[in-house]
Unconditional design. Structure first.
Length: 399
């Protein structure tokens, strides 16, 4: 029979732990297709929670105790507990569970049923129909919990999960092994562990289910959740989200495009000055220092853009050395295509709508006319074309 372990991290829970264990035992004994045990991870609580557990162990053979010398935070306790549950007790699934009985133990069979259905990670959720938070919570606490969870979904732009901060979950070994390398750092030792764990699991593509439950306020002991909680989680969310956004191809494309355009302008202003001394000796009629400088500056920007696109924006489709000459030619043609689009657009819009002043830009005191609007439109369409040409032609995904 496969094994599941309910992990309960404890710190000063001597008053609460007995009730939690006694409530869990009949539930886990009622499960017939899993062998369910309990693992208490205590950080040598000053109130001697572990002594209470040791006494209960004499009565319940399925009760395990892992005693840490130091208090290192909730995340650290869970990581140690999971390592022990999966690798020493040979569990296939672990539960996260609070000592204070905020988590209704009778939901455990329902969570396991979802694992049996093939889900990798199952959350007991307060924010789906059938679930809820305590009626008697003060307005500010309700607000914090509801708005906090909504804010997380907005920041991460992920609405597939409703309860991000809950601490009642069933986790399979495959999820644990997959997220472990990213969660071993100091940063996840505290309460950031919960959001970090879930977010990493979702990013790795695991199937997540939610089962509703009513969160009950703790009746004994007190919450260890401090003011650090909001700050640490917010910092984590903003950092990973910024990283995710920077990893989006379209953003890299825009950064490389903008950087190349800047380079082009800088090169142009340097080169036109550099070429001026030869003004009279070299230039035949229409080739002026400015036009030559423009040409070289454009090509410099195109080369830079090509190299950065290959190394960064399309790093996952990096070109082979032998492909580079042909692809570089394609890249130049694509860029020329974008310029052509802009020229054609400028020509036709002027013919169709004419150049008329629209309004005066405040502060800068600059008149904005239809020409500028058409130019901006042209740049946007040109960028769209470039992105299309790069991703579908130059760096086409190989089948
Ligand atoms: N081992 C260990 N357990 C902790 C630590 N911090 C909190 N816990 C336990 O984690 C669970 C959740 O903490 P709790 O104070 O109930 O947080 P809340 O439910 O969010 O108010 C409880 O069982 C705590 O005893 C810690 O640093 N080490
Ligand atoms: Mg609690």
């Amino acid at each position: 029979m496969p094994k599941a372990i309910v992990i309960i991290p404890t710190y000063n829970e001597a008053l609460a732990i007995t009730a939690a264990i006694e409530a869990l035992i009949p539930v886990i004994e009622s499960v017939h297709n899993w062998q369910v045990g309990i693992l208490i991870v205590d950080d040598t609580s000053p109130d001697k929670t572990y002594e209470v557990v040791e006494k209960l162990q004499k009565k319940h053979s399925q009760l395990h105790l892992l005693l840490n010398q130091n208090k290192a935070g909730l995340g650290a306790a869970y990581l140690k507990g999971m390592d022990y549950a999966f690798n020493t007790l040979h569990a296939e699934v672990v539960f996260e569970f609070d000592a204070d009985l905020s988590h209704d133990p009778t939901k455990i069979p329902g969570l396991l049923a979802k694992i049996d259905e093939g889900y990798d990670l199952v959350l007991a959720s307060r924010y789906i129909p059938g679930g809820g938070i305590p009626e008697n919570w003060g307005l500010h606490r309700k607000f914090l919990s509801v708005v906090g969870n909504l804010a997380i979904r907005v920041i991460l732009a992920n609405f597939s999960v409703s309860d991000w901060t809950g601490g009642y979950r069933a986790i399979t070994k495959r999820v644990y092994e997959s997220v472990l390398p990213e969660l071993s750092s100091e940063r996840f030792s505290g309460y950031t562990f919960q959001i970090g764990f879930l977010h990493t699991a979702i990013r790795h593509g695991f199937k997540v289910a939610e089962v509703p439950f009513y969160f009950k306020d703790r009746t004994v002991g007190k919450s260890k959740l401090g003011p650090e909680y909001i700050k640490n989680n917010l910092l984590y969310l903003l950092r990973v989200r910024a990283q995710e956004i920077m990893n989006m191809r379209i953003v890299k494309f825009a950064v490389v495009g903008g950087g190349s355009a800047m380079l082009q302008l800088v090169a142009l202003s340097i080169l036109r000055v550099l070429f001026t001394p030869w003004q009279d000796s070299l230039w035949l009629g229409f080739i002026t220092p400015f036009s030559l400088a423009t040409f070289i500056a454009i090509e410099l920007a195109v080369i830079t853009n090509f190299i950065l696109s290959n190394l960064w924006t399309f790093a996952d489709r990096k070109l082979k050395v032998g492909e580079i000459p042909g692809k570089f030619l394609q890249f130049n043609l694509a860029s020329a295509g974008s310029i052509l689009i802009q020229l054609v657009l400028a020509f036709t819009t002027e013919k169709l709508f004419g150049l008329r002043p629209l309004f005066v830009l405040p502060v800068l005191n600059k008149v904005i006319d239809t020409g500028i609007v058409f130019a901006v439109l042209g740049i946007l369409i040109g960028m769209f074309w470039n992105f299309f040409a790069y991703s579908r032609i130059v760096w086409r995904k190989k089948a």
